[in-house]
Design a protein around this ligand. Structure first.
Ligand code: ZN
Length: 137
């Protein structure tokens, strides 16, 4: 068991159209997405690319109330979040909370790619949305 963050699990990129961006990222990365997944609870459609040891997640809004729709409205397409892998999401969540970070969800949520996830508010993290994710076993 490792305390703290293990590694960058993936980078999340907000896009207007998964279909168009899949084509673009296939050109950029030289690989096809290995999976697509809708996460209704988050209001997103996602696709995942593997680049060597790294993963890229594209996120498209399912509807206008989706956090991705709001992000694109404010900041346009582009880097949306940095996700870090953790072994024990609950202990990391309480560590961050004790250190004064604002959690966007107080219970771990089921995210894409079979993960338990929690987001930290970008206000306390210097402007970058941070996702903690733990493999569901
Ligand atoms: Zn993510």
């Amino acid at each position: 068991m490792n305390l703290g963050l293990n590694k960058i699990e993936h980078l999340g990129i907000a896009v207007k159209s998964i279909d168009e961006s899949n084509t673009l990222y296939t050109k950029i990365l030289g690989v096809l997405p290995y999976k697509e997944e809708v996460v209704e609870s988050e209001g997103v459609r996602t696709s995942f690319f593997q680049v060597g040891p790294n993963k890229i997640e594209l996120l498209e809004a399912l509807h206008s109330k989706s956090p991705i729709a709001k992000f694109i409205e404010k900041r346009g397409e582009g880097l949306h979040h940095v996700a870090y892998a953790v072994d024990d999401i609950r202990s990391e969540m309480s560590r961050f909370q004790k250190e004064g970070f604002q959690l966007l969800n107080t219970e771990p949520k089921i995210g894409a790619d079979n993960k338990l996830v929690c987001f930290l508010h970008p206000k306390e993290t210097g402007g970058t949305l941070i996702e903690l994710c733990q493999d569901r076993r």
